[in-house]
Design a protein around this ligand. Sequence first.
Ligand SMILES: Nc1ncnc2c1ncn2[C@@H]1O[C@H](COP(=O)(O)OP(=O)(O)OP(=O)(O)O)[C@@H](O)[C@H]1O
Ligand SMILES: [Mg+2]
Length: 282
Amino acid sequence: MKIVEVQNLKYKYPDTDKLVLNDISFTLEKGEFIGLIGRNTAGKSTLCFSLAGLVPHFFKGAYGGKVLIEDIEVRHVEIEDIITKVGLVFENPFSQMTGSKYTVYEEIAFGLENMGLERAEMTKRIEESLELLDIVEIKDQFPFGLSGGQMQRVAIASVIAMRPDILILDEPTSQLDPQGSEEVFKVVEGLTKEGITIIMAEQKIEKIAEYADKVLLLDDGKLVDFNTPEYIFSREDLMEHGVEAPTITRIAKRLGITNKNTGLYPIRFEQFPADSLVTKNE
Ligand SMILES: Nc1ncnc2c1ncn2[C@@H]1O[C@H](COP(=O)(O)OP(=O)(O)OP(=O)(O)O)[C@@H](O)[C@H]1O
Ligand SMILES: [Mg+2]
């Protein structure tokens, strides 16, 4: 089922000359995990903002084309109507915390109170989110006393409690150590099993290779490619777009080892070496 449709999206921040998003079109299916990659300033965050409605509702500027979430055009509805459908998690979990709550539980409750939900419904949603993000044990702790990975899970829980159909994460693991990153990827992957559609901007290519169903490659505001991670990371011109392939793919490229069925390079260690691989030069 199609859940997101972007048609010829163009966008320029106010008082600038450059199109930061330059004629972007793609569609997303419900429950997919999409990795959004590209060099610094490629436009990843701006695309996240456009899907969440911050562009053009908060960031003004010149806007063309369409972003449709569940067939509703983002530009033509109030931001309040988008927030219930699309949740956005920022890079730094600190910035997502209210800063005024003493427990993780209250932190998650905050967004729901603003939605004006009844107490029973709130309690149900908070408990579900705590379970889903595996943070039940820390529900009475002070949010700013948590580890980075825990804090990011709380940030995701507070967004998930609002029951968005689509969750957008803009480099959610950049502030985290490897263990914290792994925690975040694991829980996010779990959310796709709940039918939630995930769009994650991320620099950690190995993780994208491990978790994403599809990868969207941006460069200089343009959509270079939108395809399976195997296909994207097999591109010979990846470096020219400022992105490095996973280590295993780079080794395979150097050795000329591809999957004999698809002709693509392996992207995960368990795909290499395997019977299905062939050396090109043989
Ligand atoms: N508020 C703003 N006003 C004007 N220009 C902006 C604004 N925010 C971002 N830009 C510009 O838009 C372009 C795209 O930026 P964006 O943050 O979307 O890229 P990104 O791919 O997320 O980069 P990074 O990997 O550094 O997070 C950059 O050239 C940036 O300088
Ligand atoms: Mg960014």
